[in-house]
Write a protein that binds this ligand. Structure first.
Ligand code: F6P
Length: 343
């Protein structure tokens, strides 16, 4: 057999661990050759690929990013895109594709599957918002980075009696914000699932400062957090190739409003892509490795149109169509835990 691997969408710690596991088991157990397509769907469309073997993957387990490169390239923006992909894999003698990606890449994978591409998906994103799986790899690393940053902000906030607004990633969901908020001891966390009322945000900060004699607050905000309609304006939005919103900057508006309305000196930190860079945590290395092994097993079984997923600590296969049906939101139970610590 011959299998092609691609990494699509935003990068994330653990991508190389998946590729390494795929290659290892493909060669050792399935007598399967592996090629890597470059820059996500673009490589498949332009037939740009490299051979992958055990030696090429040596030393990559702890390395962040992806050795294959990635992009937010959308093959469906070309009329002949899907057909070119089908022709390319046929001509290259590739029996199937493993697509490692988030919402956009997996939706593309499902669409290509319905058009006849033999494909298996692996859920990746620091946002942890892919459906039908309890966890995506990269999330644990992002939470660890955000938690460490919040910890550092506590001491400087307390020294200066300031409010610190920390913006973390999370376009549609607040998993990173909720987890890092709980782990870092946030005074308030704002997530896309729960539109915020700026008056309540300021009242909460004021309550904390007045009632508890605390003169420092950490407000964690997911980049996709939205104010209640008709309250404050958080600026204009731009979109990527898949029509997905590009965010980043809600914290600046929020910080200015908090300072203006409460009178407490406020500073803003936007963590941005720092959360996606660098070495994966041990948890993410293990999860990514398990996903890689499960994905190449699905390929060997020719079980196409599936995504490998974590459910009840077991790796299973779910239909891609099920995985992309809806984004996974923060569970009310966890959100309730976070709220217990808001002033
Ligand atoms: O892929 C998830 C994500 O990290 C989002 O949280 C964020 O909005 C987006 O990627 C940023 O993407 P880009 O790398 O295109 O700036």
């Amino acid at each position: 057999m011959r299998v092609g691997v691609l990494t699509g969408g935003g990068d994330c710690p653990g991508l190389n661990a998946v590729i390494r596991a795929v290659v290892r088991k493909a060669i050792k157990e399935h007598d399967c050759e592996v090629v890597g397509y470059l820059d996500g769907w673009r490589g498949l469309l332009d037939d740009e690929k490299i051979p992958l073997d055990i030696n090429r993957l040596r030393g990559t387990l702890p390395i962040g990013g992806t050795i294959l490169g990635t992009s937010r390239f959308n093959p469906f923006s070309y009329d002949d895109g899907p057909q070119r992909i089908l022709d390319n894999i046929k001509n290259a003698g590739v029996d199937g594709i493993i697509a490692i990606g988030g919402e956009g890449t997996l939706s593309g994978a499902n669409e290509m599957f319905t058009r006849g591409l033999p494909i298996v998906g692996v859920p990746k994103t620091i946002d942890n918002d892919v459906g039908a799986t309890e966890r995506t790899f990269g999330f644990d690393t992002a939470v660890s980075i955000a938690t460490e940053a919040i910890g550092r902000l506590h001491t400087t906030a307390e020294s200066h009696n300031r409010v610190m607004v920390v913006e973390v990633m999370g376009r549609h969901v607040g998993h990173i914000a909720t987890w890092a908020g709980i782990a870092g001891g946030a005074s308030l966390t704002l997530i896309p699932e729960e539109p915020f009322d700026i008056e309540e945000v300021c009242a909460s900060i004021t309550r904390r400062h007045e009632n508890y004699g605390k003169f420092a607050s950490i407000v964690v905000v997911a980049e996709g957090a939205k104010p209640v309609e008709g309250t404050i304006d958080i600026g204009t939005e731009t979109y990527d190739d898949f029509g997905h919103i590009r965010l980043g900057g809600v914290a600046n508006v929020l910080g200015a409003e908090i300072e203006k309305r409460t009178g407490y000196e406020t500073r803003v930190t936007i963590l941005g892509h720092v959360q996606r860079g660098g070495t994966p945590t041990a948890h993410d290395r293990v999860l990514a490795t398990r996903y890689g092994i499960a994905a190449i097993d699905a390929v060997a079984d020719r079980d196409w149109g599936k995504m490998v997923a974590l459910q009840s600590d077991r790796i299973i296969r779910v239909p891609l169509s099920e995985a992309i049906k809806e984004l996974k939101m923060v569970q009310p139970e966890l959100w309730n835990v976070a709220q217990q610590f808001f002033a």
